[in-house]
Design a protein around this ligand. Structure first.
Ligand SMILES: Cc1ncc(COP(=O)(O)O)c(C=O)c1O
Length: 439
């Protein structure tokens, strides 16, 4: 039997079916899309058996590595007991996970509502804030990303992700704290963090003056790993409170130690959110998300009417999440992520010294980005460099991500169980790939 021919045909069969039976607006990486077949730890294999070091972790989701035995075992055990019963009946994994979330979350955030996706979690946060405050308007940030529902797309501040005409009224976008491309063309710190003041200007000029909430990611993820100035969120929280709004921290990408040193990104900025949403890393790839809030705010849902999420709090996803949390606490603590992330960052900074098309290196912990530009003075986004770097890293066996409003930000976010040795291998491959870029 000619195996290579059989494997070859498997790849083209997958690509043919993808083209024929799936909507064309699925974003696929690489000139020729890459069908993956299996994973183990930090590595994945494609259908032709080629091995790749995964430094994007299924979009920051495979938090403790592929096929992690503790997670697989917990899922198998739960699957054999019960896959689904619905939240009409209390379930041990569901309540245990809620308790774990209360232990990890900062401040008074204690009470959870689980759903299957980050979009759901953000949507749940928005209706909670509206119900609690009695106000209707929401402030989001330009370059932010909140998901693919009507509310999710309306909260999102990037045109490529706001598809056709589904928009919800009453959502306004303030300028984002994007120091590399400051919307005011100023420089930190002499700018006086003018972007934070823009939240107040947006409330005053585009709303009734009474808002339900402000929602933001502690570090913008899809927007290109944009890190705000340290005082930004503190100033914004005071403004938001003075207009009756709740503060929603969208931790879908930044949660569970990703940013290093703290369990949640917002903790770096000295702000206690009223509501926090989380997903991605929560269950190592099982569909699960959470909206957590204070008991006082949750109380306002009691008389608001009924709500159910059929797949929310699914026992298999909750079991996967509990096992994921155990591995994180043992092996990939926020301190581990700070240390290993620091090594990754130092390596990237060295590459910036060598390659003039790297305009900015930014991020925190295990969430680091490179913004690629035509030249450092003009800062014009260089998507050609992104495209070449993607093909070169694929060829060399390294998976990375991309993002940014202009599609020119390389996103590097491995499973948080990555070690210094894994980072050294990734940096070596990335360096070789950067050397192949001709722009
Ligand atoms: C910050 C943020 N919020 C919300 C979402 C939506 O999550 P999901 O794709 O699970 O619906 C995402 C997804 O990338 C995200 O990055």
């Amino acid at each position: 039997m000619n195996t290579s021919k059989t494997i070859q045909s498997k790849k083209s069969q997958i690509l043919d079916k993808q083209k024929k039976y799936l909507w064309p607006n699925h974003l696929l990486y690489y000139t020729e899309p890459l069908p993956l077949e299996r994973g183990d730890g930090m590595y994945v294999w494609d259908v032709e058996g080629k091995k790749y070091l995964d430094f994007f972790g299924g979009i920051l989701t495979t938090s403790v590595g592929h096929n992690r035995p503790e997670v697989t075992r917990a899922v198998q055990e739960q699957t054999e007991k019960m896959i689904h019963s619905s939240t009409l009946y209390p379930n041990e994994t569901h309540v245990n996970l809620a308790k774990k979330m209360a232990e990890l979350a900062p401040g008074k955030l204690q009470v959870s509502y689980f759903t299957p996706s980050g979009t759901d979690a953000d949507e749940t946060a928005v209706f909670l804030a509206k119900g609690h405050t009695g106000n209707q308007e929401i402030i989001a940030l330009r370059h932010g990303y909140s998901g693919r529902s009507a509310i999710g797309m309306s909260l999102t501040g990037q045109s490529p992700w706001r598809i056709g005409g589904t928009h919800i009224l009453g959502i306004k976008h303030a300028l984002n704290p994007y120091c590399y491309r400051c919307p005011f063309k100023m420089t930190y710190p002499s700018c006086g963090v003018a972007c934070a003041q823009d939240v107040e200007d947006t409330i005053k000029t585009t709303t009734s003056g009474r808002i339900a909430a402000f929602i933001a990611e502690p570090i913008q993820g899809v927007g290109g790993f944009i890190v705000p100035p340290p005082e930004y969120f503190k100033i914004v929280k005071e403004i938001v409170e003075s207009y009756e709004g709740l503060f929603i921290a969208d931790e879908v990408q930044t949660g569970f130690g990703r940013t290093g040193d703290k369990w949640f990104g917002i903790e770096h900025w000295g702000v206690e959110p009223d509501i926090m949403t989380m997903a991605k890393s929560i269950a190592n790839g099982f569909p699960l998300a959470n909206t957590i809030t204070t008991p006082e705010i949750a109380e306002s849902t009691r008389c608001a009417g009924l709500t159910i999420s059929t797949f929310g709090g699914n026992p298999v996803s909750c079991a996967a999440s509990l096992a994921t949390m155990e591995v994180l606490e043992k092996e990939a603590t926020p301190q581990h992520n700070a240390r290993v992330g620091n090594m990754l960052r130092n390596g990237l900074e060295k590459m910036k010294e060598k390659y003039s098309f790297i305009g900015d290196v930014r991020g925190m912990g295990m969430m680091q980005g490179l913004e690629l530009v035509k030249d450092r003075a003009g800062k014009e986004p260089c998507t050609e460099a992104t495209a070449q770097l993607f093909e070169a890293t694929r060829e060399l066996g390294l998976l990375i991500g991309k993002g940014g409003m202009y599609g020119n930000v390389i996103r590097i976010s491995p499973p948080m169980t990555a070690t210094e040795e894994d980072v050294a291998v990734a940096l070596d491959l990335l360096e070789k790939a950067l050397g192949k870029v001709r722009v």
